[in-house]
Ligand binder design. Sequence first.
Ligand code: ADP
Ligand code: ZN
Length: 700
Amino acid sequence: MPFGRQRVVGIVVELSDHSDVPADKLRDVLEVLDATPVLSAADLALLCWASDYYHHPVGEVFAAAMPKLLRAGQDSIARQIVWSPTPDAATALSSGLLRRAPRQLALLQRIHDKGDHTENQLDSEIIGWRDAARELKRRGLLQSAAVATAPASAQVLPRGNGPALNAAQEAALAAVIKHLGSAGAFLLDGVTGSGKTEVYLRLAGEVIARGGSLLVLCPEIGLTPQLVERFQARFDGKIAALHSGLTDRERLDAWRVAASGAARIVIGTRSAVFAPLPSLGLIIVDEEHDSSYKQQEGGFRYSARDLALLRGQRAQVPVVLGSATPSFESLHNVAHDRMTRLHLPERAGNAQPPRLLLVDLRAHAVHRGLSAPLMAAMDRHLAAGAQVLLYLNRRGYAPTLLCTSCGWSAQCRSCDARLTVHQRAAVLACHHCGAEQPRPDRCPRCGYEVRPLGHGTERVEETLAERFPGLAVERFDRDNLRAQSALEGAIGRVHSGEARILVGTQMLTKGHHFPDVTLVGILNADQSLFSTDFRATERLAQTIVQVAGRAGRADRAGEVMIQSQYPDHPLLQTLLADGYEGFAKTAMSEREQARWPPYLRMAVLRASDTSAEGAMRFLGAARAAAVPAEEIWLRGPVPAAMIRRADRYHAQLLIESGQRARLQRFLSTWIPAVEALPARGNHGSRNLRWVLDVDPLEVF
Ligand code: ADP
Ligand code: ZN
């Protein structure tokens, strides 16, 4: 379309035979880019629904859902050039016209005899065919045309069955199979290593045998290759992988493969929930509790898990959410019969559950974050030839640089936060805005000596190298393994046995199989115990259980040591005594009493501004613009817990209701009023930004 002086690509979502815009102001479409609709009616409806539910402009919703190149005008169907003979070709061949042009003669003869050839075929069969083809085209004997690539064979053949399922797996499988062809939401609640993936694979086989295709979501780009590999080992056929690590071209290709129906299995991260699948038969969301499913940046803050449930319901296909540590949302849905729980209570095969132990940091000698009992256990496990995994949710060398005399500490200039010491890069870095500064040798205030305080993964790695000389330590964090290839290298060294000790952040807690790890140490469980975030304890329990799940997956039993200053904390006690299930019961009843989600529906309007008052003023005006409604509670505005971040001042206004429908109704009238507020002048500055977050994961 022409748009002002520009030309832009638009998406037709609806046709109309009239317009409120005067006819002479309407512009003609310049070109129709796709001969067939890019999205099915169902996918289109899903996007429109998401736009309504998250109260976000539909154009940006489409932008998030479709490959960039598609929006830049590329065709939604892969095409290739095909060469074919013209009606004159036969006469030319028999008349001897090409006697003096043997290459042209050979090429024409071949295409005449064997039929149309694609350029790819010609490239691989005839060297230097292009000149001859050009000449033949000029003579009017050959013609070329772009035609849609015939979808690669959509056939998928099983390669063997995998292990015989145990009774719990069989029951889970049967329950979902019964629902194939109709809507149904399932929570596959199974401890780590209980064989959830095995159940997915069997379900996939069943769906494929019935002519359907399936969508598998996983939380991390790092986990997609592993999952693709497991599916590929079981099925001989095309699998499309969609994740953020692809180039625009690869993403478009994968999307086309999915859209054409050639890939019957589509595996991807968050935005793959929008992937086109012509004969969708099942959706699987692995590690459904993972916060990566919620988009927490930018404007369109959707939950891929929630949209997967909705997509399944609308498409009348079952959705299976899998986790060893289900989200409270899903447990709540189970309790209210909106979801069926399928339980895998035991590890599959011979693997034993790990033994959990609390280590009181106040009662033992602690050397640089490592307690004596943990060190002793490490000696024991390492001597037995096993690997040890240490988890610490803090990258860098130390979280603080402190003056030993006057108490000065290094602060970020742009955030209300301390700077983290990074030893190898020799800088101080802010983990909130990314700013870096050179590390001072002396206190800038009093000139006395400065020292790193506390421990990050980098420092623990250093301590381990001193304490266990000769044993290879592999550090898993964003600083060390930024590239996918680096991560794969590290995982390879763990699997080969070259690495003996693994130390890392969140990166280590997710999905990986490390069969030779028999001891897991959680270096500091305390950071989340006293957090103001209502979800902090749920997260902590999930992290502990997930890291613990890395231990002893094969035939050797695992041991897990959790270091804490507060070993008597009820959360830790409940978790150890009753497991995640018991913990969830207790923690959920606390949430219910405190009236937090999932016992309440919530949205948060976040604003930030370059002036200290702008965001609060804007939110104040937004609150004033709200028409009071029954059972709608506005709380705030309040400044964010970290008010200043990246030189912007943040604040938030909470909107709560006991009912989703009421909240939605309220937002539908209120958000347009907020949009109409003058962002400048009285309410904020020109730099004011705001965003609505429906079903937020965090409020702070
Ligand atoms: P999860 O996805 O729950 O972590 P997996 O499906 O990865 O569990 O299974 C863990 C390990 O146990 C894998 O090596 C898998 O091949 C194996 N496994 C799964 N189910 C069975 C079974 N019924 N019998 C034997 N081994 C199994
Ligand atoms: Zn900063």
